[in-house]
Each structure stands twice: as C-alpha cells, then as structure tokens.
Design a protein around this ligand. Structure first.
Ligand code: 5GP
Ligand code: MG
Length: 480
C-alpha cells in the first residue's frame, strides 16, 4: 500500500560501477521486487539494462559486462496494484539535445498530471503514465536553458510530493531528496568513490561508510571521477514529513535512516507497546520477520516490569514464499499466509500467547494467525501491533490499498478484535510513534494513520500549511 522503491547512484575513481550497483540493488531488494535496472555512463554514452523480476533474475552474468563506466544509477521497483507494467520499470532513460538523462525515483508526485499536461502542450511526448518520466522531461527541458544545479532547482520548484531521486546527467550522478524528506536517501563513502542510496544497508554491503542522510531539499552532485561531491540546499521547508512507516515496516532493521538505527526504533516501539497496552501471557511471539524487533523490545520491557513472560520464536516462516501483499486476490493472500507461517506446537499448546506484528493492513495476516494458533492449541491469543491503526491510503505511493480494503478505515479496535477473533487487540498510539522516532508530529507524514496529509492532495485534508509550488508558465524563474 505504500510506495517503497529503492534507488542508488555510484561514482568510482577507476572501475566499472555496474557490479557495486548490482550488489546495492540486492541490498535494497526488500524495497521492490517487480523490476530491477541499472544505467551507467562510460564518458561517451549511456548503457542500460532494465528487466522485470528480482535482481537475481533481472541480470544474467554477461549483462553486467555490457554496463561500462565508473558512474551509474540503479533502481528496484515495488509492484503496483493491478498493472504490472514493463514500461514503468526504471531507471528511466532518455537522450535529448543537451545530453542523456537517467532517473531512479522513490516516491510519488501529487501534481504529476498538471505538469504532464503543460509539457504535453509544449510538444513533449510521453511513453508511460509514470511520474518519473514527467520529472525527466521537465529536467531535460530546463537543462536546455540552465546549468545542472539551476535546472534541478527549477524542477524542484514545480514538482510537489514525495521523491528521493538518483539522476544521471551524462556521466554525472546526482541525488535529490524532496523538501520534506518523505523518503530516505543517504550518502556513503567507498574506498574509491561515493554512493547515494535509499538505505545505509546498501553502503554496508559495499564495505563503505555512511557519511550522512541527504537533507530534505538538498541536491548532492557526485564528482564523476569518484573523488568527492558537492551539496546544494536548494529548497528549505519549515517542517519535514518523514514517513514513519519506513521505520515501522519498509526499511531494513540494519539501516540508519535520519540518524536513527531502524532496529533500535522498532525495539523502542515494542517497549512503548508494552507500556501502553502490555498484557500478561505465557509467551510473546513475533510475527516473522517484521514483528521481531518489536517483540524483543516488548518482552524486554515486560520482563523489566517483572512479568516473567517467555519470548519465543513460535512461528516459523517459509522463507521461499514471497510477501503476501503481492498476491492479487484475497483468496490467494489467505493461502499465502498459511504457506508462509506455521506455529511450533510446543510453544503454543495450552498456553496464552501474545503475537506482535508491525501493522495490520487488510487484516488477513492477523485473522489467519489467530486461527492457526487456536488450531495449534493456544488457550488465549492476544494481538499487539507496533503501529497505529491504518485508516487511510498512502498517496506517497502507488500500490494503493483503498479505504475499502483497510480493515481499520471504518471499524473500531473492538470491532477489528471481534473480526480477527483475538482475545484482545491493541495498537500503538501516534504519540508513542513520534516519541520513539524523536520527531514531533509536525515533522512526520502520518497520512495513513490520521487521514490528514502533509501534501495538498485533491479530495483529502492536509495537516499543515502546504505551499504548492507556482507552476503557471514553464519559463518561471527559479529564484536563488
Ligand atoms: P494484512 O495481512 O493485515 O493485510 O497486512 C499486514 C501484514 O503486511 C503485516 O505483517 C505487515 O508486516 C505487512 N505489511 C504492512 N504494510 C505493507 C506494505 O506496504 N507492503 C507489504 N508487502 N506488506 C506490508
Ligand atoms: Mg509482516
């Protein structure tokens, strides 16, 4: 339901970027399984390979050899609802009068339609309905009149919404994070170059060092010879809109995002969950893998309070089953949960059990699990969730669960408890989330749990003063 693509960009001193890009995409595979791609530049021309499927399937050994050059960008794409569409696989690449462009985008614009129409009126032809192509065309157009930094700034003043981008203009790799920092992006240093990546785990994979997060509204330009980078704070917004769900679910626990180690945030959320709604039971079990850090924090806090509850890995996961979310129909999703998770009877039989998961979306997982645990002999099944109720869609994304699909959209916690047939059910409060993240509510995007968004979205309310960029007249000056 939320968009989570992975983006990366690499500039090296004296070796091809293709292989490190490939490894980075592996490290970011959890952020997108629909397609994978790499675009490199060898100083003369662009090379591109973009395929549907997982990283390991999208590239054959020979493919990487064709991707010459020490500079490049990569992308993994998250499956969209409905249209599994090869046209939208990325990086998007295009050649135009002032050079070649490659773009990898994580996020979702809320005004892509308007900009597309303006550009179409000016003669731009579009080959996909994705917003990434809109950014590419807008940037290409600005590059005809301006230098790189000003062109990016002008594009940023026109696009509104969520974006972490890695861009390649000829052999220069850039990274851009939207003014509210909705999606993550960080800078890393390698022995012989620099990397931009959605998550620091990709930098670790390359034996690099995390330098810092790209700041909201900042442009980072890597030197094509791999020796350094320049940064430009192009837009300064008063508040951020970091997606709290990155910390709750999307990101790898071993990544550091906006200065916080995701694993520690999840453990802290688990501790808060115990503080707010802990319940005595014989055993606490995570729903693997996403509930693990929450459950360990929860059990730790419980035992500090003298509860004596046992922490057990009582649900075994079949690691060969893909994420249940990808299954298109409800029937398939239910089957997938059964395929994916199996209780260990001895942890469960005759006992009261608390299971901990990060979130409930449609309710399929918890519903099935409660049933499964009862069948395995559990006396009581309590459910604790490390996030608030998801009541509204994510517009910063594309795989949009609509309001009708969200179990919490029109049901109280008690009604949901009854529907999943749990003995008790509690979610985490929004305040606990903001305190565990060390961010005020005003600096987080909480759209999916409040129904109020940090962006100006047609038909929805916003939770702040949103200044939409002035987009009348394509020639509008970017002021600097
Ligand atoms: P449900 O079964 O209630 O529809 O979904 C809840 C489960 O899906 C949780 O175990 C959670 O870890 C996972 N989940 C939450 N958000 C997302 C998402 O955006 N994409 C995917 N693939 N899984 C999600
Ligand atoms: Mg899960």
């Amino acid at each position: 339901m939320h968009e989570k693509c992975g983006v990366v960009g690499i500039s090296l001193e004296d070796r091809d970027a293709a292989r490190p890009l490939y490894y980075s995409l592996y490290a970011l595979q959890h952020r997108g399984q629909e397609s994978a791609g790499i675009v490199t530049h060898d100083g003369f021309q662009q090379h591109s390979h973009v395929e549907m499927g997982l990283v390991g399937d999208a590239f054959e050994p020979g493919d990487l050899e064709q991707l010459n050059g020490p500079n490049g960008i990569g992308h993994v794409r998250y499956p969209t609802a409905g249209s599994v569409n090869a046209c939208c696989a990325q990086p998007f690449s295009v050649s135009f009068k002032s050079g070649s462009l490659g773009l990898s985008h994580n996020g979702n614009l809320v005004n892509a339609g308007e900009i597309r129409e303006q550009l179409a009126d000016l003669g731009h032809a579009f080959t996909s309905d994705g917003d990434t192509e809109v950014i590419a065309h807008d940037l290409a157009r600005n590059l005809l009149e301006e230098d790189l930094v000003r062109a990016v700034k002008r594009t940023m003043s026109r696009i509104h919404g969520s974006y972490s981008l890695t861009i390649m203009h000829d052999d220069t790799v850039l990274g851009v994070r939207d003014p509210q920092g909705n999606r993550p992006l960080c800078i890393g240093k390698l022995e012989d170059g620099y990397v931009l990546a959605s998550e620091s785990a990709a930098i670790d994979t390359l034996d690099g060092e995390l330098v810092r997060d790209v700041r909201p509204g900042e442009l980072v330009v890597l030197h094509p010879d791999g020796t350094g980078y320049d940064t430009y704070q192009l837009v300064q917004a008063e508040t951020t809109a970091h997606c709290f769900f990155e910390h709750v679910y999307f990101a790898r626990p071993d990544s550091v995002i906006d200065d916080e180690l995701v694993y520690e945030v999840r453990r802290e959320l688990g501790r808060e969950l115990w503080e707010e709604s802990g319940i005595e039971s014989d055993v606490v079990m995570p729903v693997p893998d996403s509930g693990r850090a929450f459950a360990s924090g929860y059990a730790e806090a419980a035992n500090e309070d003298g509860s004596g509850v046992e922490f057990a890995e009582g649900l075994m996961k079949n690691r060969y089953v893909g994420r249940t979310f990808i299954m298109p129909t409800q029937d398939e999703r239910e089957r997938a949960v059964r395929l994916k998770l199996n209780p260990i009877k001895s942890s469960v039989e005759g006992r009261s059990v608390t299971i901990i998961d990060d979130s409930i979306v449609r309710g399929t997982t918890s519903n099935q699990l409660v049933q499964l645990l009862r069948d395995a002999g559990a006396e009581e099944v309590h459910v604790r969730i490390g996030a608030p109720q998801i009541i509204a869609p994510c517009y910063m994304g594309i795989d949009m669960a609509s309001r009708e699909e969200l179990i919490a959209a029109d049901k109280s916690v008690e009604e949901i408890r009854a529907e999943i047939e749990a003995d008790s059910l509690s979610y985490l409060s929004i305040d606990a989330v903001s305190s565990a993240l060390g961010n005020s509510r005003a600096d987080l995007c909480l759209g999916c749990v409040t129904g109020e968004y940090p962006y100006d979205i047609d038909g929805e309310t916003t939770d702040r003063d949103v200044e939409r960029p002035v987009i009348s007249g394509v020639g509008a000056e970017a002021d600097d």
